[in-house]
Write a protein that binds this ligand. Structure first.
Ligand code: GLU
Length: 482
C-alpha cells in the first residue's frame, strides 16, 4: 500500500495572497516535508469570472519568497497530469460520466427563472431552499450544455472525523443536489477538488474552518463515487489583534508580498505565521523553516483561533534584522533609502557604514528608516550644520564662557584619540567628564558635533563623523563662541 503523505495547497488565482492562505500553505508544506511526502501546488481556476491575470505568478512568487517549495505545481505536472484545474476538464468529465452511469448525476432541467420561482416559494414558506425537493422524476441525457447535478445518494446525518476538531456532524439540511459541472463546461469547486485530490493521491486536506459547513456535501460526493475520504485537517482561523473577529482585508490583513515590500523578512513571516494556531509544545520561539519542519505535528494545531499580533510581528522582525550581517543589512535598506541618500550632499559610504549600527539598533522595519532620512534625522551627518551656540550650554552653566575651555580641552584630548570605535572615544573622554561633570562635558561635545539637542550619544556621534570632521566641528563651535 502506498502510504506516502501527500498534501496540497489549492489557491484560486484571484490576485491576492492573504496571510491566512499562506499559513495554510505553510502547514500543508511542513506536514508533507516532515513525513518525506509530497506537497502539491494546485491552481483552482474554474471560476473564470474571478480570475486575475498574473495571479498564478503572484502565488508562486509569494511561496518562493518564503522558501515553500512544491513537488508538483503549475510549472511542474505530476504523474496525474497538470496541476491547473482548467487543464483537467477531461478528468472531471470522466468522473461525471461515472456518476451519470450510476444514476447519481443528472442534467438540471430548469431555467434560471424556474429556479427563482422555487427559491421564492421556499422564502415565502420561511424554509431554506433545497434543490433536491424539485428533483425531476426521470433524468434526460446530459449533452454538456446544461449544468450537471449530483443526485445525493443518501439523505442522512453525516458524522466525520477531523484531525484537529475531532468528531463533527451535520444534519440532512446540509445535503442537496449540488452542481458538479456548470453549464459553461467548468466543474464547481465542490466537485473538482474531490476529483483532483483523488487523482493526485492527496492524503491530508488542510484548509480553513470555512469549509466545515460544506463538508457533508463533499462527503456525499465521495460516497456517490464510492471513494475513501482523505483526512480532514481544519486549521484555526487567524483573529484580529483584539480577538474580536477573523482578520480580514478591512482589518489591515495584507497581501503577503506587501509585507515583503514593507520590509518584513521571509524568516520573520514564516516564524510568525507558523506560531499562529500551532505551538511547538516547548518554550522555543525562533524557528527556521528546517526547524519548523522537524518540530511540526498535527497534534499541536489548536482548535481555537490564533491571534495576529502585529506588535509581535514587528518585534520578531527586529530580532531577525539583528541577525543580518552588516552587508545584508545594507542590501535590506537599499530599496527604501537608496534614492534619498543619493541626494545628501556630503554622503559617503564610509560614514554611512559607521552610522549603520545606530540606525540598526532602532530599526524594526526599513520603511521607518526611509521616513527618518526624509525627515532629516541624519542631516547632521551628511549636511553642513549651522550651529546655534545658545544650545551648547549645559543647564548648570552660567554662560558660554563655561563651555569654551571644555571644548578646547576636548579637542586636545581627541587629537590623540583612536577613533576606531565609540568605546575607544569614550575611554579617552571619560576621565575628563568624570572630573568636570558628565553633563558639563558630554552635552556640549555632542551638540557641537551634531548641532542638535537630540542626537546619538557623544561617543557615537564622534565615531560616526570620524576624527577630522569631529575636530573640525568642535573647532568651529569654539570659533563661533569667541
Ligand atoms: N480553492 C479553494 C480556496 O482557495 C481551496 C479550498 C481547499 O483547500 O479545498 O479557498
Amino acid at each position: 500500500m502506498n502510504d506516502k503523505i501527500i498534501t496540497r495547497f489549492a489557491p484560486s488565482p484571484t490576485g491576492f495572497m492573504h496571510i491566512g492562505s499562506i499559513r495554510t500553505a505553510l502547514f500543508a508544506y511542513l506536514y508533507a516535508r516532515k513525513n518525506h511526502g509530497d506537497f502539491i501546488l494546485r491552481i483552482e481556476d474554474t471560476d473564470k469570472s474571478r480570475e486575475v491575470t498574473g495571479a498564478i505568478e503572484h502565488i508562486q512568487e509569494s511561496l518562493e519568497w518564503l522558501g515553500i517549495s512544491w513537488d508538483y505545481g503549475p510549472n511542474k505536472p505530476g504523474p496525474f497530469g497538470s496541476c491547473i484545474q482548467s487543464d483537467r476538464l477531461d478528468s472531471y468529465r470522466k468522473y461525471a460520466r461515472v456518476l451519470i452511469d450510476k444514476g447519481l448525476a443528472y442534467p438540471d432541467p430548469y431555467t434560471a427563472e424556474e429556479l427563482d420561482v422555487f427559491r421564492q416559494q421556499a422564502k415565502d414558506a420561511k424554509k431554506p431552499f433545497l434543490y433536491r425537493l424539485h428533483r425531476p422524476e426521470s433524468f434526460a441525457e446530459w449533452d454538456g450544455t446544461k449544468a450537471l447535478r449530483l443526485k445525493v445518494p443518501e439523505i442522512k446525518r453525516y458524522t466525520w472525523h477531523d484531525e484537529v476538531r475531532g468528531e463533527l456532524s451535520a444534519g440532512e439540511e446540509m445535503l442537496d443536489d449540488i452542481i458538479l459541472i456548470k453549464a459553461d463546461g467548468y466543474p464547481t469547486y465542490n466537485f473538482a477538488h474531490i476529483i483532483d485530490d483523488l487523482e493526485m493521491g492527496v492524503t491530508h486536506i488542510m484548509r480553513g474552518d470555512e469549509f466545515i459547513s460544506s463538508t457533508p456535501k463533499f462527503l456525499s460526493i465521495y460516497d456517490a463515487l464510492g471513494i475513501p475520504y482523505p483526512k480532514f485537517v481544519t486549521l484555526p482561523p487567524i483573529l484580529k489583534d483584539d480577538k474580536s473577529k477573523k482578520l480580514g482585508k478591512r482589518d489591515g490583513a495584507k497581501d503577503i508580498l506587501d509585507y515583503r515590500e514593507d520590509g518584513y523578512l521571509p524568516e520573520t513571516m514564516l516564524n510568525f505565521l507558523a506560531l499562529i494556531g500551532w505551538n511547538p509544545a516547548t518554550e522555543q520561539e525562533f524557528f527556521s523553516l528546517t526547524e519548523l519542519t522537524e518540530a511540526f505535528s498535527i497534534d499541536h494545531i489548536q482548535k481555537s483561533g490564533g491571534v495576529f499580533n502585529s506588535e509581535k510581528l514587528l518585534w520578531m522582525n527586529k530580532r531577525y534584522l539583528d541577525k543580518l550581517s552588516i552587508e545584508d543589512f545594507i542590501e535590506y535598506l537599499k530599496p527604501a533609502v537608496a534614492e534619498t541618500i543619493s541626494k545628501l550632499p556630503l554622503f559617503d559610504e564610509e560614514t554611512y557604514h559607521r552610522l549603520l549600527p545606530t540606525i540598526r539598533e532602532r530599526t524594526h522595519l526599513r520603511q521607518a528608516v526611509k521616513n527618518e532620512f526624509e525627515a532629516g534625522e541624519y542631516d547632521w551627518v551628511f549636511k553642513d550644520i549651522d550651529l546655534d551656540t545658545k544650545i551648547l550650554a549645559w543647564k548648570n552653566d552660567s554662560g558660554l564662557s563655561d563651555v569654551l575651555p571644555r571644548l578646547e580641552k576636548l579637542i586636545n584630548i581627541l587629537e590623540t584619540t583612536d577613533f576606531s570605535s565609540p568605546e575607544a572615544i569614550k575611554e579617552a573622554v571619560w576621565p575628563y567628564a568624570e572630573e568636570i561633570g558628565r553633563g558639563e562635558v558630554l552635552w556640549p561635545m555632542r551638540v557641537a558635533i551634531t548641532g542638535r539637542e537630540k542626537s546619538p550619544d557623544p561617543f557615537n556621534s564622534a565615531y560616526i563623523m570620524g576624527k577630522p570632521q569631529t575636530l573640525e566641528r568642535l573647532k568651529k563651535a569654539c570659533a563661533k563662541i569667541v
